[in-house]
Design a protein around this ligand. Sequence first.
Ligand code: SAM
Length: 482
Amino acid sequence: MAVYNPKSLKAEEFINDGEILETLKYAEENKNNRELINEILNKARPYKKGNGVECQGLTHREASVLLACEIPEVIEEIYKIAEEIKLAFYGNRIVMFAPLYLSNYCVNGCVYCPYHLKNKTIPRKKLTQEEVRREVIALQDMGHKRLAIESGEDPVNNPIEYILECIKTIYSVHHKNGDIRRVNVNIAATTVENYRKLKEAGIGTYILFQETYHKESYLKLHPTGPKHDYDYHTEAMDRAMEGGIDDVGLGVLFGLELYKYEFAGLIMHAEHLEAVHGVGPHTISVPRIKRASDIDPTVFDNSIPDETFLKIIACIRLAVPYTGMIISTRESEEVRAKSLKVGISQVSGASRTSVGGYTEEQREHDTEQFDVSDQRTLDEVVRWLMETGHIPSFCTACYREGRTGDRFMSLCKTGQILNCCHPNALMTLTEYLVDYASDDTKKVGYSLIETELDKIPKEKVRAIAEENIKEIKNSNRRDFRF
Ligand code: SAM
């Protein structure tokens, strides 16, 4: 039997079934242990250190106790601390992005995904480079600066060379004042050599959802194709890091397995990355299964209600305070609004989940990867965020200035976020308002920027930000950053 070892490079040792089962037992036994719970809550709280704020985070066992606890006052406290952590490290900034679907050709048999090989109802499509260009222009014309590219796994139709060519095309398009400045990549697990090529192509985060950490279920849910190999999939982030990618994004597809099991696995995966590579995941995504072509989500009997979903988000926030958290348009406006309060720091807007979706005359649902719940335009999402006290940020500065991996954490720890991320968010929001926003959104935005500029502590930084904002408004100069 495999023994638990977070430093091991073997999937079954760092995501160890025995340790997860022990954790769930420990959490169940201690879910009413107020003394222990108070200790865990205190450990999770942000505290001042020097000029900055720090957080210790929680182990998978500690975080699992909080997730198991059903005492209403404790849950309230979890939400309160989650909000404090979020404000300490991310302020009221929300990073914006959009997915770009390149190809739905896929040789895998994932039973929850409409791209599965045997789905004969979905038209198969792969973008040509000219189509990629047109999609990117459409995304730039909305105001997007950051994309996550998505593709099925098919070594013949979508080999790594195709993905690399698409990345090159995306970065090469500059329509009007438009620019895609960060391309994150969500493609199937691959080799160290291919991760190195992605790194050289200038990608931001490599994202790969584990789907489920439960090996037995994983094998059943991925019955055929290369994705069937649980170990190869689970060890992908180690290969990505070996290939030089500093920023990796984890995720679980909630609804496939029992959420408490997935939660423990997810936090153990983060601990493993920290133990082996000295840096945890850059982001964690929290997708839930949705209806799609040939997919009925009700056949998966582990779906979770909204309250549980929000509690999971808050507990992740407490466990891994320096990791960004992403929510997609799989979720409704209502759930997205609540999730922002308890930990989410990055949202997609105006997403099309079909291949070629951004240039379709009429919205076609037949090649969609999943039904989109939040169907608002980017302008509507941006205005909504601002009206609810957030700053939509189109900033991509960290990765372009080499602040990847643990260097982002040191930015948090030295208290420089308000002198760096905050002005960057305000300058990129100004770009959005000037170039793409409706008059109503402009009005809300410009007055928000006035107030938010006052929060920049260093006078010199504030003056430069004000100057740059003026320049953006009065000229075509763009892409200012700290
Ligand atoms: N093909 C790549 C892979 O296998 O990892 C990644 C791209 S896939 C387009 C992105 C993610 O969509 C998957 O990892 C899965 O979690 C999610 N997904 C698949 N089917 C879904 C569904 N019916 N509802 C919601 N999300 C789904």
